[in-house]
Ligand binder design. Structure first.
Ligand SMILES: C[S@@+](CC[C@H](N)C(=O)[O-])C[C@H]1O[C@@H](n2cnc3c(N)ncnc32)[C@H](O)[C@@H]1O
Ligand code: SF4
Length: 456
């Protein structure tokens, strides 16, 4: 079977499984009351993680699939920070002063908030929660948007890890995606955060963008080695113009096809592994062998959350801010996506929960299988069923289709244990999708069938 045959067979549209059930299957059946009850029911000793979403940027990159928008004035940025502060207090009042092991600031671009707002918010988090001394405090940065006062704020916040958006270093590609950013600017940003004592640096690269070629992405990856990041995320461009209207400005004729995307992904992987000494982690991450993510992958302790692959094992993630998604032992919850809707709820002293899903026993079992497949590239189906006191028969029935994957060399399958091979790594989502009971179901609120980005 050639790569072209594999792509033709497996390049369907499948989710990235940062949750299970996936977000398109959340519904309005879970609202603020349910969320409040779930928070209050959380056992007192359960450690938590926090995710704070800032939906603002200084620029709008044409490819961007995140929930964000350009906001230039300071007043709305300050107003939003005040709402976040209020939400942190609302949550803390319901669940008490919990131990917090991870705090993640995402966006958008969190450093669009004024420096005193960032430090004030982080100080409130530390007062209202017991942030452990070894907690990871991570933040996503746009290397072109880090003024000196924000750099000082990162130090004052106790940030321990930054993610730098690089995407692509080729000027023609950068023009086509509306994101101009020189290598020198990116390097200066990496040096500046190292200068304030942040040792952990992640980079984001994207393949499948307009005008990219196998050679150009390999060159970007090679130059990115100079930034000496501990981790590199390599995302396939998700072209979803029906959800993100600005992506329609990208001419589809300039987008690489499935075979080219597959080759680009492989080319970046080769540079990172063979020239940079990185190890592949899960579907789309690479980490230095001494990095905690590579270690966690090696010891099968990797987790998958809305932020992608993580070492964070806390059983509860509290999402704060517009569109933020939280995960509690009882289920998932998502805040209102639009800032005005979010603001209205928070100003009224209520949770901004817009939708969610309560987990059934079957959801938990399937979630465990899907997380193991996505993280460990390996799952023991009868073992997982036993751990969940469930009948393995539905999983084994779903696994029958693995025989085809095994014939194509993508998995080894002995009737109990599924192991994704190296050749199967780019198709790991397709393997996970076999265990997704919602894959072909419509959303309960709007009766539409979710559309996903390309698998390859
Ligand atoms: C939420 S953004 C924040 C990064 C920061 N604002 C910046 O641009 O540098 C996180 C990452 O998501 C990735 N991303 C955004 N849109 C994407 C898309 N449509 N397809 C694939 N990856 C995407 C990019 O790699 C980006 O660095
Ligand atoms: S990629 Fe980053 S800077 Fe660009 S629009 Fe998206 S969140 Fe904003």
């Amino acid at each position: 079977m050639t790569n072209a045959d594999l792509i033709a067979r497996y390049d369907g549209r499948v989710p990235r499984y940062t949750s299970y059930p996936t977000a398109p299957h959340f519904s309005a059946a879970v609202g603020p009351d349910r969320y409040g009850a779930w928070l209050r029911d959380l056992a007192p000793d359960v450690p938590i993680s926090l995710y704070l979403h800032v939906p603002f940027c200084d620029r709008l990159c044409l490819y961007c699939g995140c929930n964000t928008g350009v906001v230039r004035h300071e007043a709305p940025r300050r107003a939003y920070a005040a709402l976040l502060e209020r939400e942190v207090r609302l949550v803390a009042a319901q669940m008490g002063r919990r131990r917090v092991s991870h705090v993640h600031w995402g966006g958008g671009t969190p450093t669009t908030l004024p420096a005193d707002c960032l430090t004030g918010l982080m100080a409130s988090v530390r007062t209202l929660f017991d942030v452990t001394d070894d907690a990871e405090i991570a933040i996503e940065l746009d290397p072109t948007a880090l003024p000196t006062d924000r750099l000082a704020a990162l130090a004052a916040m106790g940030v321990t890890r930054v993610s730098l958006g690089v995407q692509d270093l080729n000027p023609a590609v950068q023009r086509a995606i509306g994101r101009l950013q020189s290598y020198e600017e990116t390097e200066a940003c990496a040096q500046a955060v190292r200068g304030i004592g942040v040792r952990a640096i992640n980079l984001d690269l994207i393949y499948g963008l307009p005008l990219q070629t196998e050679q150009s992405v390999a060159e970007t990856a090679r130059r990115a080695l100079g930034l000496e990041a501990g981790r590199v995320a390599v995302f396939g461009y998700a072209h979803v113009p029906w959800m993100k209207r600005h992506q329609a400005l990208i001419q589809e004729a300039t987008l690489p096809g499935a075979q080219a995307r597959f080759d680009q992904r492989a080319a970046i992987g080769r540079v990172l592994e063979q020239e940079g000494g990185y190890l592949p982690v899960g579907l789309d991450h690479y980490a230095r062998p001494d990095d905690a993510l590579a270690q966690a992958a090696h010891h099968r302790q990797l987790h998958r959350s809305f932020q992608g692959y993580t070492t964070d094992a806390a059983p509860a993630l509290i999402g704060l801010g517009a569109s933020a998604i939280g995960c509690l032992p009882q289920g998932y919850i998502q805040n209102a996506t639009r800032v005005p809707d979010y603001a209205q709820a928070i100003r009224a002293g209520q949770a901004a929960t817009m939708r969610g899903v309560a987990l059934s026993a079957e959801d938990r079992l399937r979630r465990a299988v899907i997380e193991q497949v996505m993280c460990d590239l390996h799952a023991d189906l009868p073992g997982l069923a036993r751990a969940h006191q469930a009948d393995p028969a539905p999983l084994l029935a779903a696994a029958r289709r693995l025989e085809g994957f095994a014939r194509d060399g993508l998995v080894s399958w002995d009737g109990a244990m599924v192991r994704v091979t190296e050749a199967g790594r780019p198709f790991v989502r397709n393997v996970a999708a076999l265990f997704d009971a919602y894959l072909n179901q419509h959303n309960a609120d709007n009766d539409t069938k979710p559309r996903h980005a390309q698998a390859v």
